[in-house]
Design a binder for this molecule. Structure first.
Ligand code: TRP
Length: 333
């Protein structure tokens, strides 16, 4: 059956290798002519946590480049910017009016923010905006606007999908069958990609390996991976070795086995890092080429996004008209 697969990418930060292996690559595996794939930049979601306009636009651009350079084909998948489809935010308001506040009270993101405030003896609601509180309603609008039936997400987003289903059922119950009830697809074997210091790769830990970078910068990052002080010639254990864990997050079985062998034979850390670099560099080479091409022509990125919005907007406005009619927002006759 033809599936409509939709997923959103929040545009905060600059994509790194962890994002590529953990999110971009698995999502792009759904891209095929048999499926209807929708990938969009959730820029209205990003202003919840980031209020520096320069960082927002920089991130939108980098995220678009990362996905396009990694193989998102605008002729096969729909790629668009959330803010280019104003019907989504209009739908959000309508959904707000059928969403129980109590449902939003249970949102993990909101509850965590409250818990943090309580821990710090601050007012419970300190720094909590309505944007953060109603985040799941905007996400529901993203999904329901296009009648998506499958939504690939990380584990942390499962609750939002449950809420989307609740909201859709509620609307359907009040106004009659309207929305497709979407299902989450969680990639169970999504590995946590370790960073330079062994903690989860994350910009906030400053331990990332860049995805969109030149060869020299990549090599420099690999050299910074923390290892122990064993000398060349001394056998090394690969269990719990950060360099090895990083390598095995992107290398194939054969390469991983060869590396295990090299560890047992006492490969020096410098040589091991050189091998990790050249393997990863091979993977990144085509991505880098496309990235630099896009970097030089921002108007090409803009055109791709505008054309993507042009493809999906008619569907959004058709469904929204139907919805408005159902709820009684219609011409007087
Ligand atoms: N909240 C998602 C995340 O942080 C991003 C997102 C926004 C999304 N809207 C969506 C994902 C709709 C799937 C469907 O990862």
């Amino acid at each position: 059956m033809n599936e409509r697969i939709l997923t959103g990418i929040t545009t905060t930060g600059i994509p790194h290798l962890g994002n590529f292996l953990g999110a971009i690559k698995p999502a792009l595996e759904f891209q095929s002519t048999d499926n209807d794939t929708y990938f969009f930049l959730a820029d209205y979601h990003s202003i919840i946590k980031q209020q520096d306009p320069n960082l927002i636009i920089e991130s939108v651009k980098s995220v678009a480049m990362a996905w396009l350079a990694s193989g998102l084909d605008p002729n096969v998948s729909k790629i668009y910017r959330q803010s280019d489809i104003p019907e989504i935010t209009e739908l959000q308001w309508i959904l707000n009016c059928v969403t129980a506040k109590g449902l939003m009270n249970r949102s993990h993101a909101y509850k965590d923010a409250v818990a943090k405030n309580i821990e710090l003896n601050a007012d419970e609601d300190k720094s909590i905006t309505m944007g953060l509180f109603s985040y799941p309603v905007l996400m529901s609008a993203d999904i329901l606007m296009f009648n998506a039936n499958k939504v690939p997400v990380g584990n942390d987003q499962l609750q939002h999908l449950e809420m989307t289903r609740d909201i859709a059922l509620r609307f359907n119950h009040i106004y009659g069958e309207t929305f497709v009830i979407p299902e989450a697809i969680v990639n169970e074997d999504t590995k946590i990609i370790p960073g330079l210091d062994g903690r989860k790769m994350s910009k906030s830990y400053g331990n990332i390996i860049p995805l969109l970078s030149d060869e020299k910068t990549l090599n420099k990052a690999i050299k910074k991976i923390v290892t122990n002080s064993l000398e060349p010639g001394e056998p090394k254990e690969y269990e719990n070795c950060n360099l090895f864990n990083i390598f095995s997050s992107f290398a194939d079985d054969q390469a991983v086995n060869n590396m295990k062998q090299a560890y047992a034979e006492g490969i020096g850390w410098g040589d091991a890092k050189e091998q990790v670099f050249s393997y990863l560099n091979q993977i990144i080479l085509p991505i880098r080429e496309k990235y630099f091409e896009l970097l030089d022509s921002p108007s090409e990125i803009e055109e791709i996004l505008i054309s993507g919005a042009g493809k999906v907007r008619p569907q959004a406005s058709e469904l929204l008209s139907e919805i408005k009619d159902k709820i009684g927002i219609r011409t007087i006759s």
